[in-house]
Structure formats: C-alpha cells, structure tokens
Design a binder for this molecule. Structure first.
Ligand SMILES: [Zn+2]
Ligand SMILES: [Zn+2]
Length: 283
C-alpha cells in the first residue's frame, strides 16, 4: 500500500506512516529496510542511502525526486537542525518539535521545519511548538514504536499529541522568528555565501539574549528557545544585521523591521498605492 508524501513532510514521518499502512510497526520496519534500531529513521532524514532510496521508490512508486525532497541532504540550514538524541534532560533540546493543531490534519505527519532550532511556533496556527509529550514529558520516539499506533500518539505513554494544550508565544517573538526564517530562505535561495553568517548568528542567539549559559541555540529545549526569542525581540536588530551599508545587511534590517518578508512587501505595496492614489497632497 502506498502513502503519498505530504507537503514539507520528513522522510522519517512518511516511513512511519508507510509502515503502519502496511501492517508493520515502525521499529520492526527498520529491520525490513535492513537498518539498525534506535534513531534509524531520523538518520535517514539526514542522509538517505542510495540503495534504500531505490528500494522505497520501487516499492511505493513515489518518484525519486519526491523522496529525496523529504530529506535534508545539502540543506544550507543543516547547522540549525536539532541534534539527534533519544533521551534529553528536561531543559535540553529533543530532536523533534510539533504543533498539536497541525497533527490534527487528516494525514498526521511531522514537518521538516520542525527539526530547526530557529523554529519556535507554527506559522499556520500561530501557537508555540512543543518538543515533549505534555503528559509524560518524553520526547518524540516514533522510530521506536513497536505497536501499530500512528505517530501522533506518544510512544511512551500513549497520550494523543493532538490534544496537547496550546502554547502561547508573544507576537514580537513570532515576528522575529518569521523574519529569521525569511532572511534564511531568501539568502539560501540566492545561493548567497552570506547564509553561513546568518546561520552562525542565529546559533549564537542564547549568548546574545543572555538567557542561559548555553552557547548554541540547538542545545536548548523549545520552551527555552521561546524565552530566548522573546528576550531578543525586545532588543535592537543589530545582532542579526550588523552595521555596514551593504545591500545584504540593509535587506536583513528591512525584513526584521517589518516582521517578515511578506509584511515588508505589503508595506511597500501599501506605500506605492498611497503615492499613486494621491498624486498631489490634499489642500
Ligand atoms: Zn500548526
Ligand atoms: Zn507521553
């Protein structure tokens, strides 16, 4: 039985759904693919061996390009990925985040964007992300699921993650997150060499915010990163767009000031409309 990949779905998430649809739990499915246990599927997100990709393409009919698009191979934002670890202390990052409202989708799946330490909220639902089950505080352990239970249920306690209470994040922090996302997206799309400087500045966010002793954003739990962004949102934008009049720094400052690229475009469009709509000042 074939399962269609969903937009922005991770290959690990697709494999967990594919396994269950075919009557195999994710943990034994690793053996079917000839892989070891533990974090077998999140490792495939990072690098999908060619023989596994060929096997999956052949068995599912999903085009090779669609399968490789679900991985994060060659992604300019790779340094921002949360580290793979099965157990993490309470205040440390887990490997995966989620939005409970997104999981209420008819094909519950995990997104590539949720693996990024620079993401703290859902752009669709406006709520904060979570990195642990609210009932037992375990991280997402979907690769280790030994029963035929979909991945939106906590593997450790069975809690339905779609029922997790909403997390609120201050508007200013969400605007900062959106701006960082857009700056990374634009500079990565242009193949700009400056993407490396943005990524390294974002990674140093906890140092700039002074909220914890952590030196990298990727080590922090989602609640700690939300606090970090809320602190940073109250400061000037200079930490991300340092002084200097070059075009890249200026664009970053404009996106940050507007709270995202779409808002910046909307402001510009509004400005142009006003100018065209009122050719001469009213008397
Ligand atoms: Zn959502
Ligand atoms: Zn749980």
């Amino acid at each position: 039985m074939t399962i269609d990949p969903q937009p922005d779905e991770l290959v690990s998430s697709w494999l967990h759904r594919l396994a269950i649809a075919n009557g195999i739990a994710p943990r034994p499915f690793a053996g079917v693919l000839g892989l070891g246990g533990g974090m077998w599927s999140p490792r495939l997100d990072l690098q999908l061996p060619r023989d596994v990709a060929v096997l999956l393409g052949g068995q599912t009919g999903v085009p090779h390009e669609a399968i490789s698009a679900m991985t994060m191979t060659g992604w300019a934002l790779t340094p921002l990925l949360l580290p793979l670890r099965e157990n993490a202390r309470r205040n440390r990052s887990t490997w995966m985040q989620f939005c409970s409202l997104c999981l209420a989708d008819e094909a519950p799946h995990f997104h590539r964007q949720w693996r990024l330490a620079s993401r703290i909220s859902c752009f669709v639902h406006g709520c904060g992300l979570r990195d642990r089950c609210p009932a037992c505080h375990a991280g997402i352990a979907a690769p280790d699921q030994a029963d035929l239970i979909p991945q939106h249920f906590c593997v450790r306690c069975g809690f339905d993650l779609r029922r997790a209470p909403k997390v609120s994040v201050k508007t200013a922090a969400r605007r900062l997150e959106r701006s960082i996302h857009d700056i990374c997206r634009i500079e990565a799309a242009k193949g700009s060499l400056t993407i490396g400087t943005v990524v390294s500045r974002v990674l140093r966010a906890p140092v700039v915010a002074g909220v914890t002793s952590a030196t990298s954003l990727t080590t922090l739990s989602t609640p700690a990163r939300i606090r970090c962004f809320e602190q940073l949102a109250e400061r000037s934008d200079d930490w991300l767009a340092p002084g200097g009049g070059n075009a890249v720094a200026q664009r970053r400052r404009l996106v940050l000031a507007a709270g995202g690229h779409d808002r910046l475009i909307a402001c510009l469009a509004n400005f142009m409309d006003k100018r065209q709509g009122s050719p001469r000042p009213a008397l």
